[in-house]
Write a protein that binds this ligand. Structure first.
Ligand code: DQA
Length: 146
């Protein structure tokens, strides 16, 4: 079974309560249970969320040499964190960058990502379904990458 980590950054613990007009009314834990059930036969999924940049980096280091993929929503650190970019570059596990909202339809400062250049690809704008699409993208990577 493939091992894939879903890694959520700052403020994503507030999904369901936070700006529901942008991020929707569903909490992540509820959606995560649906994802686990969907991939139960195929993928060993794990989930980690932190509001702290260094904890996200530690988690990337922890799984980044043995797991098969990381679906990363780095929240606002997407737009600021060279340290996260370096962490992604520093490990072997492929990382897919995901966003719930279409960041390109939003404020100018959300148009640039510091981490995209280190990721295998980017998915944004499909609501919570962006995470499922991220898993699918990882599962469809050529065997040499995954
Ligand atoms: C986000 C978009 C970011 O710009 C924002 O800071 C977030 C969530 C998204 O999933 O749409 O926290 O990553």
């Amino acid at each position: 079974m493939k091992k894939i980590l879903i890694l959520n950054g700052p403020n994503l613990n507030l999904l369901g309560k936070r700006e529901p007009g942008i991020y929707g009314a569903r909490g992540f834990e509820d959606y995560y249970e649906e994802l686990r059930a969907r991939y139960a036969e195929k993928v060993e999924l794990d989930y980690f969320q932190s509001n702290i940049e260094g904890e996200l980096i530690n988690k990337i280091h922890e799984v980044g040499f043995s797991w098969d993929g990381i679906v990363l929503n780095a929240g606002a650190y997407t737009h600021t964190s060279i340290a996260l970019q370096d962490a992604i570059r520093g490990v072997k596990t492929p990382v897919v960058e995901v966003h719930i909202s279409n960041v390109h339809q939003r404020e100018e400062f959300r148009h640039h990502s510091m981490i995209s250049c280190a990721c295998v690809g980017v998915i944004c704008g499909f609501g919570l379904d962006s995470y499922r699409l991220g898993i699918e993208a990882l599962l469809n990577l050529p065997a040499s990458t995954l």
